[in-house]
Design a protein around this ligand. Structure first.
Ligand code: FAD
Length: 386
């Protein structure tokens, strides 16, 4: 039987997890092109948190969250250190009754999957977990010890290695410069090293670059870039406790070695506010720095109110990256108006969480034509009909 020739553009978490899942089909012949380094794009700037309950992804998609978490746990177990897991646990603070209900439902879901979770209203107990917190403004907090954050670049390289072990090909340092379209159908690509190759299917996994790659087939990919500005604070005092992933609706914080990483949350970004979002060229992002005063001022205001123990910390470094967001903050997965040109992009602030479940389903769709409820919900037509 002739194998299906599949081209993946982009070697971040999206492209590598899809490449690995496709390589599990013996009738798939997969090649992934990465113009730079595997896991070196947005994925390398990620906080990599995959929490059992927080507000980054609705409880409706708990199975997506759980599948991502357990995929990486197994990766870590298979080859210790390969997913960069730091089990810090998560503390999610509730500032409204609505959040109390959401957190409690998240705890119930985590427990039903066999993990720990508790809703705490005893403020002294909350301060035992995170002494730097001002517990006055919060109603309570959800806490689990079981989760933490992973390393997106390590995971991507791990997926890439597994894909190659299954016969998939990775071509890095080579940019896809053209996608050939005949009779409204993608038929192959041309690359920066002057080569061309025909393919049965091309999947655009280029995250914030997909506006540009989409143009190669005349597609207006409806994503915006939100500024993901990460700041690393050196705490005023040595932390003699495990700093958990700390989640508030407007921002989050986590341990990064001796420092604390803080960032404005992706769901608090307004796509119509030019301070938050726009459409820019990710190739112009600096390796470090490039941040705006607006974000650090916003975050220090939050710290003053919620985590006063961190306010006097010095800023040790920062970086700017772009999240690829759609209008509903959910990704765009699957078919496009150009036949055989598919998208797996727009993961926004949740790519590490979402990529494993999406890639599993999308690989099956590409290889067997069988869709899933998840793929139907996250398909392109919901955005072009609006
Ligand atoms: C500060 C920050 C914190 C985050 N925190 C979290 C978190 O805690 N949890 C979570 O789940 N998610 C988080 N995210 C989101 C997550 O990191 C992203 O959703 C995810 O990394 C996007 O992956 P991607 O593969 O779609 O894009 P990318 O990682 O950007 O990969 C796209 C790749 O395509 C390549 N490319 C582009 N054009 C071409 C071309 N023409 N030819 C060949 N290659 C090309 C690029 O070089 C790049 O490597 C965070 C993001 C940021 C920035």
């Amino acid at each position: 039987m002739a194998k299906k020739k599949i081209c993946i553009i982009g070697g971040g978490i999206s492209g590598t997890s899809l490449g690995y899942n496709l390589s599990l089909y013996d009738d798939a012949d997969v090649t992934l092109y990465e113009k730079d380094r595997i896991g070196g794009g947005t994925t390398s700037k990620s906080a990599g948190t995959v929490c059992l309950f927080d507000d980054s992804l609705d409880n409706r998609y708990f199975d997506v969250r759980l599948y991502g978490f357990e995929t990486y746990l197994k990766m870590e177990k298979e080859k210790p250190g390969s997913a960069g897991f730091d089990q810090t646990g998560t503390l999610v603070c509730a500032t409204s009754e609505k959040e109390v209900l959401r957190i409690k439902a998240g705890i119930a879901l985590a427990k039903s999957a066999g993990y720990t979770g508790e809703y705490i209203t005893d403020k002294a107990r909350i301060r035992e977990i995170l002494p730097m917190l001002d517990t006055e403004p919060i109603l309570g907090a959800g806490y689990t010890k079981d989760d933490g954050y992973f390393d997106g670049t390590m995971i991507s390289n791990n997926f890439a290695g597994k894909m190659q072990a299954n016969g998939g090909k990775i071509i890095s340092g080579v940019k896809v410069t053209k996608v050939t379209v005949e009779d409204g159908q993608a038929t192959g690509i041309e690359t920066s090293d002057g080569k061309s190759e025909s393919y049965d299917v091309v999947i655009d996994c280029t995250g914030p670059w997909s506006r540009f790659t989409g143009e190669l087939v005349g597609l207006d990919v409806p994503i915006w870039h939100t500024k993901a500005e990460a700041f690393f604070i050196a705490p005023p005092e040595k932390m003699d406790f495990v700093f958990p992933i700390l989640k508030y609706p407007a921002f989050y914080a986590l341990r990064a070695g001796e420092n604390v990483f803080i960032c404005k949350s992706h769901l608090s970004m307004d796509l119509d506010n030019p301070e938050h979002a726009g459409q820019w060229n990710p190739d112009h992002l600096p390796e470090r720095g490039g941040t705006d005063d607006y974000f650090i001022e916003f975050l220090y205001e939050q710290m003053e109110k919620d985590v006063p123990g961190l306010v006097d910390g010095g800023l040790s470094s920062s970086w700017l990256s772009y999240r690829a967001e759609t209008r509903d903050f959910l990704p765009i997965i699957g078919d496009t108006p150009v036949k055989n040109y598919l998208l797996a992009t727009g993961y926004g602030g949740n790519g590490i969480i979402e990529a494993p479940a999406v890639s599993r389903d999308l690989a099956k769709y590409i290889m067997r034509g069988e869709s899933t409820l998840l793929l139907e919900e996250w398909a392109f037509p919901r955005l072009w009909k609006k």
